[in-house]
Design a protein around this ligand. Sequence first.
Ligand SMILES: Cc1ncc(COP(=O)(O)O)c(C=O)c1O
Length: 414
Amino acid sequence: MKTYTYKKSVALFKRAAKVIPCGIYGHLSPAPLVPATDYPFYASRAKGARFWDVDGNEFIDYMCAYGPMVLGYNDPKVDAAAMKQLKSGNCITAPAPIMVELAEHMVDTIAIADWAFFAKNGGDVTSYALMTARAATGRKKIVLVRGGYHGVAPWAQAAGHPGVIDEDHSTIMYVEWNDFEGLERLVNEHPGEIAAFMATPYHHPTFVDSELPAVGYWSRVEALCKKNGIVLIIDDVRCGFRLDMRGSSEYFGFKPDLACYCKAIANGYPISALVGTEALKTAAAKVFYTGSYWFSAVAMAASLATLKELKRLKAPELMMARGKKLLDGMIDIARSHGYTLNVSGIPSMPSVYITDDESLMLHQDWCAECTKRGVYFTSHHNWFISTAHTDADIKKTWNVVDEAFKVVRKKYGM
Ligand SMILES: Cc1ncc(COP(=O)(O)O)c(C=O)c1O
């Protein structure tokens, strides 16, 4: 099997490093891709479940742009809706009617939603959720789960990161994932002080396994928050519409007060949303919050088309089934080479790690060997399955996975 080289990617990155801080920053930075020499840095085009890099190499994409791609790149229905809106207008001095249609559709789709507010990135709406909770309760403190990710606002970053000051965390408190007793203790120690508890529907940190909620965890958290006047915020930015069209909280059987959406809601067009209950609508309205591009009608048209198509396809169930098929096959192939592939989280957003080497070296090498044969796997972050991943993609993936295990077995033995 031919392995890829990345001459043009490397040349572009060298140019980028001179004029862009980091060359490529944030979640697309090559820093966690190990060895970075086995990964492409720049994509030239994408279609369905695949993308092509600037060197002409083709990849089956299991990162889906880190979540936004859910129906396949360049989905014809979504693109047609976006282009139709573009011809009428995008950023105008007054919002377009599509904004109302989209809000109505989200309210009809998401179980807890009585209203919807639109912005651009996930971090816009996680910050807005905190402000809304503070405006509603008149309280300052926020409880988060240690290791959870809610964006790059200073309050959401780890203390000590460059540019983050101690004061950014003066009102933030942390509990461990699934530790209901720890949360209850904190609530009892700070009566009348906590505005909100924010968490993802299940815990999906980087570099380690994902953890699903323990039985009864969310219903106990919901009851505790209700009893103590604490706003329960679900950060559904990553999981949203990959578990349940009605909201991931429905999948796990609980009702938050606010829910944050981004990634999968417009198949790659830039838009995010905060939805909430009637009780919080006035507080949400009082918070002044906006941005130059937040009324962009093109992304709203794309979002409405995406949500309709996700519903029509029963996308969450479809992606779960595809993911399960892919992963079951991969686990068997790993076993046939004497390795253990541990899968956690949910099959449409799996965290996958080879457990036979604690250092992560073998796992990183294996992901890189797959990538340079055309199956793009990261070794530090959960993967994503879209509705565009076909049986043929899965079969090709299994072949590459098999070959990559042969390569790492030669290097590491077993
Ligand atoms: C759970 C979660 N919340 C918030 C964010 C931040 O979203 P964005 O990067 O669009 O600001 C992310 C991004 O990965 C996320 O996964």
